[in-house]
Ligand binder design. Structure first.
Ligand code: URA
Length: 434
């Protein structure tokens, strides 16, 4: 079977067999199928979607591309959390230590920045010395000792996802429901997880712009989990404005620290607590979801979530003091203020535009080979619904090179919409799919 024939059939809307999907995934992973052919295949999937059978085959082939990590020797239920991607979405760095502090074992397999959205691994790597490339042995040992460890797809864990993820980012094929579902679920399933909590983002800053699409994605991932005998709960949450105030890797680590010390933004705290509570409940560390919520809140108030994150930063080679002394994080060299052209209520802050502006300054990748500048980003000074006067600061851009600041400033200016009357309040947590 020639690869070009598979691409052609997918392009023409035909269903590929389990073996054919496996052939493509394996061929790309071992280097025998080149980028350009897989790029064409991804575009065909983007345009035509995948059947349930194809998505399952894609997920299974990506799981089989690496090792299955056996965590059965570590006592306790293993529960992870994953977001489909948003702007300013640093909930993993908050929910995971809270859940671990409550006794859940959290083997966290995270992703990198993709399109205009950020990635947990890039945020962690903003911490000097932090190693996300633990070996499987180190990962297991850390989970046994600290109950929480962060890694990404490696040569050992779902390597196919690492390659597909990077190529999708550079070929405008990120926003595809089957590709997102198989990407997320394959790396989660490669590790011996008992349950997963998913945060499916919907809105301007998410890959899913409409709630029906987000629901479809959530249902697809819950279905994959069920087929593989894992408990999966998905929250559908609003991503029409950035989450919290900080967008950009080191800036987001600072906001994580504040949130874990009970001084974080309301929206970020609310979603993080809800995600942590569901991890705690699925991890059987609380008898009811309400008890789990109380426990999650308590782990913020008593500082144990914060201490857990410090412990894990230290264990993975990073400097835990960065959570208290922000000057130890990479710092920007320039700041540019964006002000309101007129007074009124902030009626929208287009999260995708904010994410794109941060990416232009180096917070994300434009091509799969690009590095990330951990210091750059944007801090919002206002959120939707707030009243501002003409000339007041809407946000600040933090940069290390003048090169793209002008373009980023224009993009971010367009992101803020003003109105004479306050907008209707929006729900933050829209739906639960399980
Ligand atoms: N997160 C992932 O891990 N994969 C995607 O495709 C999107 C978000």
């Amino acid at each position: 079977m020639r690869t070009v024939d598979l691409i052609q059939r997918k392009r023409d809307g035909e269903e590929l067999s389990v073996e054919e999907i496996a052939l493509l995934v394996n061929g790309y992973t071992d280097g025998s199928i080149p980028d350009y052919q897989v790029a064409a295949f991804l575009m065909a999937v983007y345009n035509n979607g995948m059947t349930d059978r194809e998505v399952s085959a894609m997920t299974d082939a990506m799981i089989a591309s690496g090792e299955s990590v056996d965590l059965s020797e570590i006592p306790g239920l293993k529960v992870d959390k994953h977001s489909t991607g948003g702007v300013g979405d640093k909930t993993s760095l908050i929910a995971a230590p809270i859940a671990a502090a409550a006794g859940v074992v959290v083997p966290m397999i995270s992703g990198r920045a993709l399109g205009h959205t950020g990635g947990t691994l890039d945020k962690l790597e903003a911490i000097p010395g932090f190693r996300t490339n633990l070996t499987i042995e180190e990962f297991r040992a850390q989970l046994a000792t600290h109950k929480l460890a962060f890694i990404g797809q490696t040569d050992e864990v779902a390597p196919a996802d690492g390659k597909f993820y990077a190529l999708r980012d550079a070929t405008a094929t990120v926003e595809s429901i089957p590709l997102i579902a198989s990407s997320i679920m394959s790396k989660k399933m490669a590790v011996g997880l008992d349950a997963i909590v998913l945060d499916v983002k919907v809105g301007s800053g998410a890959f899913m712009k409409r709630q029906v699409e987000a629901r479809k994605l959530a249902q697809m991932m819950v279905g994959i989990g069920r087929r593989l005998d894992r408990r999966v709960q998905a929250l559908i949450t609003d991503m029409n404005q950035p989450l919290g105030y900080a967008v950009g890797n080191a800036l987001e680590v600072m906001e994580v620290s504040q949130t874990l010390q009970n001084a974080g933004p309301t929206d970020l705290t609310r979603i993080s607590v809800e995600l942590a509570a569901r991890m705690i409940f699925l991890g059987k560390m609380a008898a009811s979801l309400d008890d789990a919520r109380k426990l999650a809140e308590q782990k913020i108030v008593d500082g144990s979530g914060y201490r857990k994150l410090k412990e894990v930063i230290q264990a993975q080679g990073g400097n835990p003091q960065v959570l208290d002394r922000f000057e130890l994080l990479p710092n920007a060299t320039g700041v540019r203020e964006i002000t309101a052209p007129r007074g009124g209520y902030v009626s929208a802050i287009d999260a995708e535009e904010v994410g794109r502006a941060a990416m232009m300054m180096g917070a994300g990748r434009t091509t799969k080979e690009d590095g990330i500048d951990p210091a750059v980003g944007i801090i919002l000074e206002v959120k939707v619904g707030q009243r501002v006067d003409a000339g007041s600061i809407l946000c600040r851009l933090y940069y290390t090179s003048e090169e793209h600041v002008e373009e980023a400033a224009e993009t971010v200016e367009d992101a803020f919409r003003m109105a004479a009357t306050p907008p209707d309040p929006r729900e933050l947590i829209l739906e639960v799919v399980s």
